[in-house]
Design a protein around this ligand. Structure first.
Ligand SMILES: [Zn+2]
Length: 400
């Protein structure tokens, strides 16, 4: 007999089919689920009962209208659990606690005094009870923790293979944190985690093929092909910001010279602005935003150049991967049309077919919600890849 967690069983596939339908479409009756999925009514009844028993689905109320009793809808039991998301940054961690649909219920920002792994892991473990205490849901259990950080990640083992920003090599962050907090911990590259959140509940919900561009401290691009995140052979796919922009140019954090992100990630844009105006470091974003609002020519030109520069590389990516949409997030979204106007223009000029729509994500907490989405994704078994490892320990919800 195959185990419950084996993703290749018919039972696991039927569970995934029903959960994904409800995630995309909202509550449905058993009869609707059968007609949309093509499963037999008996199979739907069986799988739904199983998912209700596991606490993953919940029955709605019977509606009695003029046409008599309507069938009882079932929906995903998003309120039954909590997920914590940690987005590691230089000097601080953005922390969020969400329900299982990644709706934020509370957030914190904690400081990091250095990038020593033991210090960071201890800081994360300390934040867990603090986050739980700000949510007033005594019945909801913590289902797990998702951690996102920039780097090359082995997401199955929850190990950071290499992070330039922290100068880490082979740090088993997931297992180390799981030992302290006693819930499953998942680790993912920050842009990939962000893409998973967009795919599950965000702008990518209805799209099977998309590129997710994140412009913040770096420039990353996650790729979703046929509904599945593409990680590459070494977990290093999507390092878009390290495309060569100028030979022997500015030094990049990766140690090479001339990478795209050394020019057009947000800190690099701010550096160009400071060099052009002599503004000091602490007010450079504020002063650039104010100058953009006044259409100050130097500010407009800097963002135009960035838009064209990123757009040209993005066009290459579109020509190679043919996404339905490009979802864009990260701190640089706040530059708005000053950056994305020129980017759309250059993209349109350089793509083989008409350029796909660029959808900007303006939500707060997007990065940390992305980390929390790692929990939802694994808990609900949304990932279709058969190669994904089981959680590091049994999720709290399943032990109920
Ligand atoms: Zn680089």
């Amino acid at each position: 007999m195959k185990l419950k967690g084996d993703p290749s069983t018919t039972r696991a596939m039927n569970r995934r089919l029903i959960l994904n339908l409800l995630r995309q479409e909202g509550a449905r009756s058993r009869a609707d689920i059968a007609s949309v999925t093509g499963l037999s009514p008996a199979a739907v009844t069986f799988v739904v009962a199983d998912l209700i028993e596991d606490g993953l689905l919940i029955e709605g109320k019977t509606v009695v209208g003029s046409a008599g009793r309507r069938p009882i809808p079932v929906d995903i039991n998003y309120a039954n659990g909590l997920a914590i998301g940690f987005k590691l940054m230089v000097g601080s961690v953005e922390c969020v606690v969400t329900d299982l649909a990644t709706n934020p219920l509370g957030s914190l920002r904690v400081k990091l005094s250095d990038s020593d792994p033991d210090h960071i892991i201890a800081t994360l473990a300390k934040a867990v009870p603090e986050l739980i205490s700000i949510v007033d849901r005594p019945a909801a259990k913590l289902a797990g923790i998702g951690v996102s950080m920039p780097g090359v990640i082995d997401n199955q083992k929850a190990v950071c293979i290499r992070s330039n920003r922290y100068n880490w090599d082979n740090i088993p962050l997931g297992p180390m944190l799981a030992e302290l907090v006693d819930v499953p911990v998942w680790l993912e590259d920050d842009t990939n985690a962000y893409a998973i959140a967009q795919q599950l509940f965000g702008l990518g919900r209805q799209h099977r093929n998309m590129a997710v561009l994140a412009i913040g401290v770096g420039i990353g691009c996650a790729l979703v092909f046929d509904g599945k995140l593409y990680r590459g052979a070494n977990g290093a796919a999507g390092k878009f910001g390290h495309s060569s922009y100028e030979e022997n140019g500015r030094l990049c954090e990766c140690g090479k010279r001339g990478c795209l992100m050394a020019y057009y990630a947000e800190p690099a844009i701010l550096r160009t602005w400071r060099e052009a105006t002599g503004h000091n470091e602490t007010d450079s974003k504020v002063s650039l935003m104010a100058a953009l609002a006044d259409r100050e020519p130097r500010a407009v030109a800097i963002l135009e150049e960035a838009g064209h520069g990123i757009g040209r590389h993005l066009a290459n990516l579109v020509n190679i991967t043919d996404p339905e949409v490009i979802v864009v997030g990260g701190e640089a979204v706040s530059f708005g049309d000053a950056l994305f106007g020129p980017m759309r223009l250059t993209l349109g000029k350089n793509t083989f077919r008409a350029a796909p729509p660029m959808l900007l994500d303006w939500e707060d907490n997007s990065w940390a919600r992305g980390a929390a989405a790692l929990v939802t994704q694994k808990l609900f078994d949304f990932e279709t890849s058969a190669g994904n490892a089981a959680p590091l320990s049994k999720p709290a919800l399943w032990s109920a």
